[in-house]
Design a binder for this molecule. Sequence first.
Ligand code: ADP
Ligand code: MG
Length: 610
Amino acid sequence: MSRIRLLPETVASQVAAGEVVERPASVVKELVENSIDAGAHKIDILIQRGGISLIRVIDDGSGMDRDDALLSLERHATSKIRTASDLEAIATLGFRGEALPSIASVSRFRLTTREHEAVAGSEIIVNAGKIDIVREGGEAPGTQVEVRSLFYNLPARRKFLRSENTESRNIEHQIHLQAIGHPHTAFTFVRDDRLVFQLPVAASLNDRVRDLYGNELPERLLEVIGGADKIDIGGLIGRAGVSRQARDQQLTFVNGRAIESALLNAALREGYHTALMKGQYPITFLFLNIDPTSVDVNVHPAKREVRFRDPNGVREVIVRSIQQTLESGRETWQEQFRAPTIPSAEISRGPIVDPSASLRPSLTLRAPASVPETSHRELPISGRTASVPSEMSSIEMGRDRARPSILTSPEMLKAPAAQQFQIIGVLNKLYVLMENADGLVLVDQHAAHERILFEELRRRMEEQGVPTQRLLIPQTFELPPRDTDWIERNMSILQKMGIGIESFGPNTFKIDSLPAFLNASDPVHFMQRVIDDLKSSSASSSPMRLGEEMIAKTVCRHAVKANDPLRYLEIEKLIQDLLACDLPYCCPHGRPTMIQISNTELEKKFGRKI
Ligand code: ADP
Ligand code: MG
């Protein structure tokens, strides 16, 4: 007796659905993608109870005639590709002809659709994959798909659904991806009868980001520059030091398709490198446009992943582009250090609160009111700034070990007239306070010094090699053959990084010096770590990366400690050096070097403005 048989069509569809329709968010993804492929300008999405009880997607796209509408529910029926060779250059979001039949096989499904010039449309009702009703219907031109009771006939799958809240959030994230990926399409999202967002057609990605995430985010983003011959790159990414604890705003698109890719994530991380705090994720809305023949989208059931023909090429272009973009933000950043354009007299015309009354008793202020005559230029220090420290103490600034105090050393008054920035003083022996046109600027002197030192050491490493320090006793160590091979291939890089290493017999090496700035108590252990780190970074990764990594990790020890009092000229030099850095906005660990507190913020806190 034969034991093999063909599965009935409905069972086969359910099997396929298992891959495509993992959860309600996958249904939303497939339906929205269909709407976009149909040229929709406007897509309305409505869900109830996490999409489990209802998902409705309405679009104003092309619509379908009766025959196509019926065909669209057949497996492997698609209008998007015709031949196998079409698979090599896919320009639409869909192409497998699987989504509609799969969804219809695991839900109570209703499709109404009407072409724009047609007098009437069609309505098709499918239950658990079986067509129950086909009739005339369809109101507005376009297509409306309604999916009710998802997985009602597949209890096993239903059991795996998360809470309604979680499923709703997944759906919302999915719509964010689509909305960011297609700014020229309007979206509305209604969840359990509540309007979550309504996004008009946006003129640019920037507008879409603003409509979706609010006015403040775009100010923290930079327009991506760079790219290469065959890889067009664009979008917006967070400035250096701007990051989030989760990856939910780290979005990457390849040819208009939201993609999850370990390769892209690693490239972003490498591009940010010292501009990102450990454990944090960058904010990216990154768009890659590649010749469709150089990328295979037919590798993941939900088309969430792609395969690049030249992964290393893609990686390098992204890394370079991210670095260029982050450095391009420097000018706007430097702007913040320009002294206010309004003459001080203008500002002080406003009502002045008696500073001593508004200040805490713990605050020591050497009021400079009596000093200006001794100076040859208008000084940034005056009674009007006295309200600043009290404001400072009410803002959570992080390391506030010491009580707030503002120290204004006499040297401060000898500032050269050429300087662009106006230093007010130093708070907590850590934060340099400055005034600019927007309000108050705070610079973390420790973070600033770290950045300066880091860039200096890196420059030395690139130019003439890192200063080294001889070990008291040279050490030898043995390695497994593969590590040996690796060291031999990278010997010159290691030497440039200040590691004095040479061959000392089969699989054995001698190490007699290390970079001077390094504080490695166990050189052999240190070498082992270097090998592991470098080996794991991909083959084409810049050899300077590890050097940077080493510097970043050790530079902290040399940087000015918080609470090290600096003299005015030192502070001024610090700020000038910081302004000259490639990536001045954050320390080599990705913490910001500067915070701006705007006049508006101050006014709000003082109740002058609501
Ligand atoms: P695919 O998108 O891979 O082609 P689907 O099962 O998602 O497969 O859709 C099958 C076909 O139905 C599509 O190729 C398209 O022609 C048609 N279709 C689906 N949704 C819509 C829509 N919203 N508007 C117009 N046509 C649609
Ligand atoms: Mg589709």
